[in-house]
Design a protein around this ligand. Structure first.
Ligand code: ZN
Ligand code: ZN
Length: 412
């Protein structure tokens, strides 16, 4: 985070003494929620972070109180204490990863205040004396990535051409670089700046599940040996272990399934969004650098600094003009109502949506391969793997106009 000058000026003081100045986060147009004066940024569904924390901490607390504590005296050389300490330290580590995923800028591209200057004029429009010619912004531009043509799309809400792999999250209402998906469990977009932490969180949570699961069995087996009884009778003597074994068994399908899915995505250098939307063949993915290169890209490259300084002082914005424009293609200063955003509800891809967009991904023909059935098939595959209805949503912004609408694909 940047230190803002003057650093000691509190937000209230900034507002009191200079009514024309506000912090960037106070004028933020996305639907994010900020904590500690803009030092931490969450998605609008930040409440789910606390639920996720509870779902991690509560079973570990039960494990420490009813299983690990009983095992302390069962092992020599303080190994029993180690079981308890590792559980606590590892849980703290998982929680820190969760907060590092959800409390940071996932890679938001700042909105433009004005649309970019169009490069071409529409020849078909007659311009009367004193009228401004109506300038058109092309909906889609083509850029070349590693020798392959990739289409990038104009975002009406952010008034910019999305870089390749960028997409507009309809829940947070921001364009996010290397958009993966919006995760309701961490209450944040997963993008370029937090994907690494997201993967580490999910994989560490998997290990934590396996750890708790294993030592519950160890405890039951020790009861079985000490009382010379069957494993089932031993289990009945430790109901906490039964609950934890069932809980971690169910949870590991979910977080473990996600870990394996993301290992596959990382190894092929796809985002979740691209996987469901484009389904690259191996040779068609312009970002694929080979397995080793793809893992290096996720885990051994420096995370770029945030493009946003949420605590910077900015002048209070004048009210936007209210004149009406004919269409979203027209280059005007009008603040677009984010009508391209569909919030909340989950719904299947409509056919024209599935094939109609160019949302910052690779071009043309590939798109057609993702039909309605394709998305839902994979979704149900993963749902069947995890056994849990997982509701991470993809959000595609874009325009609800002629060139596509929003797609929210409930996955996993
Ligand atoms: Zn956008
Ligand atoms: Zn989001």
């Amino acid at each position: 985070m940047h230190v803002v000058h003057p650093p000691k000026l509190s937000d209230a003081a900034a507002a009191d003494h200079s009514p024309e100045l506000l912090r960037t986060y106070q004028t933020w147009k996305g639907s994010n929620i900020f904590f500690l004066g803009g030092r931490f940024i969450f998605g609008p569904d930040v409440g789910s972070v606390f639920l996720s924390m509870f779902l991690i901490v509560a079973p570990v607390a039960v494990f420490c109180a009813f299983v690990a504590r009983k095992l302390i005296d069962d092992f020599s050389h303080n190994l029993g204490v180690l079981i308890l300490v590792v559980a606590i330290v590892f849980t703290c580590y998982v929680i820190i990863l969760l907060l590092m995923t959800s409390g940071r800028d996932p890679g938001i591209i700042p909105r433009n205040a004005h649309p970019p200057q169009p490069e071409t004029t529409d020849q078909g429009i007659e311009v009367g004396p004193g009228q401004t010619p109506q300038l058109r912004l092309p909906r889609v531009k083509e850029v070349v990535v590693n020798g392959m043509t990739v289409k990038v799309k104009y975002c009406d809400t952010c008034m910019l051409y999305r870089p390749p792999r960028c997409s507009h999250c309809s829940i947070c209402d921001n364009c996010v670089e290397r958009f993966d998906h919006h995760c309701p469990w961490v209450g944040q977009c997963i993008g370029r700046r937090n994907y690494r932490f997201f993967f580490m969180f999910v994989s560490s949570a998997t290990l934590l599940c396996i750890y708790v699961f294993s030592f519950c069995w160890v405890y039951a087996i020790r009861i079985m040996h000490s009382e010379n009884t069957s494993i089932w009778r031993a289990l009945i003597k430790t109901p906490a272990s039964i609950v934890l074994i069932i809980y971690t068994f169910l949870a590991v399908w979910f977080v473990g399934g996600l870990t394996i899915f993301h290992l596959y995505l990382i190894s092929t250098n796809q985002s979740t969004y691209e996987n469901f939307r484009y389904r690259y063949d191996r040779s068609e993915n312009p970002y694929n650098r080979g397995i080793f290169g793809n893992f290096m890209e996720v885990f051994w490259t420096s995370i770029p600094p945030s493009k946003n300084n949420f605590r910077a002082l900015v002048p209070r914005e004048p009210k936007p003009p209210t004149r009406v424009s004919g269409g979203s293609f027209v280059n005007s200063d009008i603040q677009k109502v984010p009508s391209d955003v569909e919030m909340g509800s989950m719904k299947p891809i409509r056919k024209n949506e599935a094939t109609g967009g160019d949302d910052g991904g690779a071009g043309g023909g590939r798109r057609a391969s993702l039909g309605r059935s394709g998305s839902w098939d994979l979704q149900s595959e993963i749902a069947s793997i995890t056994g849990i209805g997982y509701s991470d949503r993809f959000s595609r912004g874009g325009s609800s106009g002629s060139l596509g609408g929003s797609v929210e694909v409930p996955v996993k």
